[in-house]
Design a protein around this ligand. Structure first.
Ligand SMILES: [Zn+2]
Length: 302
């Protein structure tokens, strides 16, 4: 073979390789399943709404900012009001706090809000258990939710809202455990699941504040039985931004809307209004059709 012939052959085969390469790349691209965003949600938690600190106006500004993210709906992670749970809280104060919630949340009245109960939301100091404002039923009513725990479906995603406020909180009571086991068992394999609780089911910063579910071993073992689903968990309560992954389940604690309860902070606050190193903020979460999640915590400046 002379040089010219050799170059011709190399050229030809190189061309063939290039062609083959190009077509196989195209083929691979056609086979790549591109994930599609099916939902964008806002996760707000620990709003702790109160009349002091100009909190109502500041909270409304936050809601207006969140609306610019074009979310489909809101998840509200509990501790909606400043505090009704202390023994010295009077009826007037509880009414005042809920009234402010009703007024401020008007800013997002065009959106669905799916809320869970926080430990500070319940008025246990009511004169008696028969009082219409006593305990969880009243909070369920104020938040306009179907019950203290519930689930619903949207765009192929299954949402589970838990009530962490039980004995040795955070924890699930027996009735709720049975319900959760049944709810998960009813889902088809590969169903993406978003589970919201007030207390973190699992957080890595417990060396700083504690506050995990005390029954984390039970819940994580239950989730392990459902590895065929794609589970992601959201929480608040500790006012810290935290992320953990265990047995393929993601656990996001999305700080708090109120930061240092709308106050300036203390000597441990890393910035104005921070709780320790976490600024006040909210999360914008994109949910995809393949069960994947993008959780972004966005500090607010209000
Ligand atoms: Zn809390």
């Amino acid at each position: 073979m002379d040089r010219r012939e050799l170059l011709k052959q190399i050229g030809l085969s190189a061309g063939a390789v290039a062609l083959g390469g190009t077509s196989s790349v195209l083929h691979a691209e056609e086979n790549v399943v591109k994930r599609k965003r099916v939902l964008r949600i806002a996760h707000i938690t620990d709003v702790h709404i109160r009349p002091e600190e100009n909190a109502p106006a500041r909270f409304v500004q936050c809601l207006e900012e969140i609306k610019k993210h074009k979310v489909d709906f809101f998840l509200n992670g509990g501790d909606t009001i400043f505090a009704a749970d202390y023994s010295d809280i009077k009826r007037e104060r509880v009414n005042e706090l809920w009234d402010i919630w009703m007024q401020t949340s008007q800013a997002i009245s065009d959106f669905e809000i799916h809320s869970c109960l926080g430990n500070h939301d319940m008025w246990w100091a009511a004169p008696n258990k028969e009082d219409a404002m006593h305990g969880k039923d009243y909070v369920v009513k104020q938040l306009g939710i179907p019950g203290r725990y519930y689930s619903f479906d949207k765009k192929g995603w299954h949402f589970i809202i838990l009530d962490s406020n039980n004995k040795n909180a955070g924890s699930l009571d027996d009735e709720q455990r049975k319900w959760l086991e049944k709810d998960l068992a009813g889902l088809s394999p590969n169903t993406p699941v978003m589970c919201m609780s007030h207390y973190p089911i699992l957080a890595v910063c417990t060396h700083v504040v504690g506050g995990n579910h005390t029954d984390s071993p039970y819940i994580t073992e239950l989730f392990y039985k459902h590895l065929d689903k794609k589970i992601c968990c959201l929480s608040g309560h500790i006012h810290l931004e935290d992320c953990a992954v265990y047995n393929n389940v993601q656990f996001y604690c999305n700080g708090s809307m109120s930061g240092f309860w709308w106050g300036e902070g203390d000597k441990e606050s890393a910035g104005k209004g921070y709780y320790k190193q976490t600024p006040p903020g909210y999360a914008i979460i994109d949910l995809f059709d393949d069960g994947s999640v993008s959780n972004q915590y966005i500090p607010h400046r209000y």
